[in-house]
Design a protein. Structure first.
Length: 283
């Protein structure tokens, strides 16, 4: 019994040691001071001057060629990359334009920009990116501008976004609205499906009615037709004509052979009857 309890204790101890080891491995390495200085400087220039569209900064860096964020948006991703490459500050064009839209949305909701605060740097989850969080103050709310840089030689900016700081009540309000919206969409879809299924009865009745009318129409047109019999008056008239032709041919033959109707052995047509012999039946 003591040995069994000791085995259980050792097993639990091994599990705890493994967990502590994983926790220690999860600790991120510190960012080098020179890398921190570079990415923080880039982030604060963008958040404090470029995004608020400071005229003196645009004039200093771009020489009047670009006067605001709309110039980047209108120029496109490749144009944006070329402009920043000329400054020795590589950026991802699509990521930068997406960040501009995030900034405009924050200004629309939180009011105009006031100032920036402190910045913190950390490595990303995979350890190949540097994340800079820069505090920013707007008229109605505070926010954090998150910049993501590649951990390479040039420290390329891949993307950034503005995250507004919401109060607990605002978060609950948004969660409630999202829940109501989701449930509303589900109920609307269910109601539409119910109505669609209910229409199947009317569709079946309409199809049955159409099939019945079609059948009645076909039956009516079939009784109006005259069935073709084996013998028709036209056929009888044709037989009489054929018999007359045969009789005339026989009479002509008799006259040529020297016999007449009054002589013995003459040919007389008394009547014409249909023969029951199948060989003489007209096909």
């Amino acid at each position: 019994m003591v040995k069994r309890n000791m085995k259980k204790f050792l097993s639990v101890l091994c599990v705890c040691i493994c967990l502590f080891g994983l926790t220690a491995c999860d600790q991120t390495k510190p960012v080098a001071p020179e890398d921190e200085e570079i990415v923080v400087g880039y982030s604060e220039v963008i958040a404090g001057y470029l995004l608020p569209e400071a005229p003196e900064v645009y004039g200093y860096f771009f020489g009047g060629e670009i006067t605001g964020l709309d110039d980047f948006t209108n120029g496109g991703a490749e144009y944006t990359e070329v402009i920043f490459d000329s400054l020795g500050f590589p950026v991802d064009g699509n990521g930068f334009l997406t960040g501009i839209e995030s900034w405009k949305g924050a200004v629309k909701e939180a009011g105009s920009f006031v100032s920036i605060g402190e910045s913190t740097v950390k490595y990303g989850n995979k350890g190949d990116t540097l994340i800079v969080d820069t505090d920013a103050q707007f008229e109605n709310k505070d926010a954090v501008v998150e910049f993501i840089f590649e951990d390479g030689y040039n420290k390329k900016l891949t993307s950034f976004a503005v995250n507004l700081n919401y109060t607990f009540g605002e978060k609950m309000e948004k969660a409630g609205l999202n829940t109501l919206l989701g449930m509303g969409i589900v109920f609307i879809v269910l109601i539409l499906l119910t109505l669609l299924i209910g229409c199947f009865d009317f569709i079946n009745k309409a199809q049955s009615s159409a099939a019945s009318r079609k059948k009645q129409s076909e039956e009516g047109s079939g009784t109006a037709q005259t069935p073709a019999g084996p013998v028709t008056p036209a056929a009888d008239a044709g037989d009489d004509e054929i018999a007359a032709v045969i009789a005339a041919a026989i009479a002509a033959y008799e006259s040529e052979s020297g016999s007449s109707a009054g002589e013995a052995g003459g040919y007389f047509v008394r009547s014409i009857k249909r023969s029951s012999n199948s060989k003489w039946n007209k096909q």
